[in-house]
Ligand binder design. Structure first.
Ligand code: BGC
Length: 456
């Protein structure tokens, strides 16, 4: 008998994307300036990106063909409020057309209000380094939710404040390119406050809406699990990157040793309807007294790990499906099971698509395992529908189910696209799908024996 992992009724199946990475023509935000300063590693420019400002609907049609019932995109604040307090209604109209199109195709729009980019005027006022600037974000959120609430009822206020803060203010890899741990924590804290304020505004404007934020979860495991020093170094990295942000968002206060440095986040408790989980990879950590800037933990990719596109830096290292299960379980436990979870991003950089089918299947099997364990996971949004401009890595990193040639804008669906479509259609992973797309994953997904049918 065919073995099947069935997902719950009403499960959301979709893809995720962001405005700067897909729309093209965004020349009024801090990423454009970063690009003009020559900070993209490959020297490329975002340019037309995936050309969504002109033709998103053509890609939405492809998403409809693979039977997605949701699609996550972000709004570009710098288009909607190009100058402080000046609104561009034509930009909003364009978003209305996109959201209407999604709804006509029976895809639930999942709309992110801040995905890394912000208007130049906001960045020049210090962005989230200044708590007083939170009011500008709240004013923008109020404006767009009033304008779009008839078309969207699932909001992600802020994408990955932990990644935005660490990349921009600790590691200096994203704009504004600072390296200052105290500022990093401060930025994280004001972004979480901004989320809370946005949550209550949206709740008032649209009581029935689903409102949350998502964090980027990256696991840090000790190089030698028997070494107390490696264990502490890894625990510190996990705490700094993953759990401090989650705890602060949940309870309003940061854990020790960050707590004395930061003001509590007001009204945080209860300010979410779901937990958004973005998960990509894990890193190993070895205690090393020579790297104080990395809190004495040297990070590396596990030797012999199955990897994303080989040759890339650590950002897209190991493909580690169990990590998704561990993250879902930990988030659920740390939040005392108070809200449902959505995987708001999970994906693989795999230009040739020779690892992605297996990776998707194995990660989804881990989602299924979490659901079987009673963790209320309600949706999975794959990063991403089409190749898009991958921040500092430009076009060198390809996450799409559908390949794009950025010069001709030609689309070529990868095998993963049709496989994902079959899963969405079936609302299940069947043994038949696994056998056709990644037979080597059958055992990982269904276990060794064929005799006990696993229909859940
Ligand atoms: C971000 C995406 C990005 C993806 C892959 C996530 O952290 O939200 O914008 O493309 O990772 O790097």
């Amino acid at each position: 008998m065919q073995r099947v992992l069935r997902f719950p009724e009403g499960f959301l199946w979709g893809t995720a994307s962001s405005s700067y990475q897909c729309e093209g023509g965004n020349t009024n935000n801090q990423w454009y300036r970063w690009e003009q300063q020559g900070r993209i590693l490959s020297g490329e420019e975002c340019g037309n990106a995936s050309n969504w400002w002109m033709r998103a609907e053509k890609d939405f049609e492809l998403a409809e063909q693979i039977e997605n019932n949701a699609l996550r995109l972000s709004l570009e604040w710098s288009r909607i409020e190009p100058r402080e307090g000046k609104w561009d209604s034509a930009a909003l109209d364009r978003y209305r057309v996109m959201l209407t199109d999604l709804r006509q195709r029976h895809m639930k729009p999942v709309v992110t209000l801040h995905h890394f980019t912000e208007p130049l005027w906001f960045a020049d006022r210090g962005g989230f380094t200044n708590n007083a600037n939170v009011r500008f974000f709240v004013r923008y959120v109020t404006y767009v939710v009033e304008a779009l609430r008839d078309l969207c009822e699932f909001w992600v206020t802020i994408n990955e404040p932990n990644l935005y803060a660490t990349q921009g203010y600790e590691l200096g890899a994203f704009p504004p390119g600072e390296q200052n741990v105290a500022r990093t924590l401060h930025v994280l804290s004001s972004m979480l406050q901004a989320h809370v304020e946005a949550f209550y505004i949206i709740r008032r404007l649209q009581p029935q809406a689903q409102i949350g934020y998502c964090l980027h979860y990256r696991l840090f495991d000790p190089a030698n699990p028997h070494s107390p020093l490696d264990r502490s170094a890894a625990a510190l990295q996990n705490k700094f990157f993953n759990w401090a942000a989650l705890q602060a968002a949940e309870t309003g206060s940061f854990p020790f040793p960050f707590k004395p440095l930061l003001v509590p986040i007001a009204r945080a408790a209860g300010a979410r309807d779901y937990h958004g989980v973005n998960y990509y990879t894990r890193e190993m950590v070895r205690f090393d007294p020579t790297v104080p800037a990395e809190v004495f933990g040297r990070r590396f990719i596990r030797p012999n790990a199955t990897r994303n596109d080989p040759g890339l830096d650590a950002s897209f290292g190991e493909i580690y499906p169990e990590g998704l299960y561990r993250v879902l379980k930990t988030v659920h436990q740390r939040t005392r099971g108070n809200k449902p979870l959505y995987i708001t991003e999970n994906g693989f950089s795999d230009t040739r698509d020779d690892r992605r089918p297996r990776a998707i299947l194995e990660h989804l099997a881990m989602v299924h395992r979490a659901i079987r364990d009673g963790i209320p996971v309600r949706g999975y949004m794959h990063w991403s529908l089409v190749d898009n401009f991958e921040w500092n890595n430009g076009w060198q990193v390809r996450f799409g189910l559908i390949e794009i040639d950025p010069y001709t804008q030609e689309r070529t669906p990868r095998r993963s696209a049709s496989m994902f479509g079959e899963i969405c259609r079936a609302n299940a992973i069947t043994e038949n799908i696994v056998e056709r797309y990644a037979p080597e994953a059958v055992e990982f997904i269904f276990g060794k024996t064929q005799t006990v049918p696993l229909i859940v």
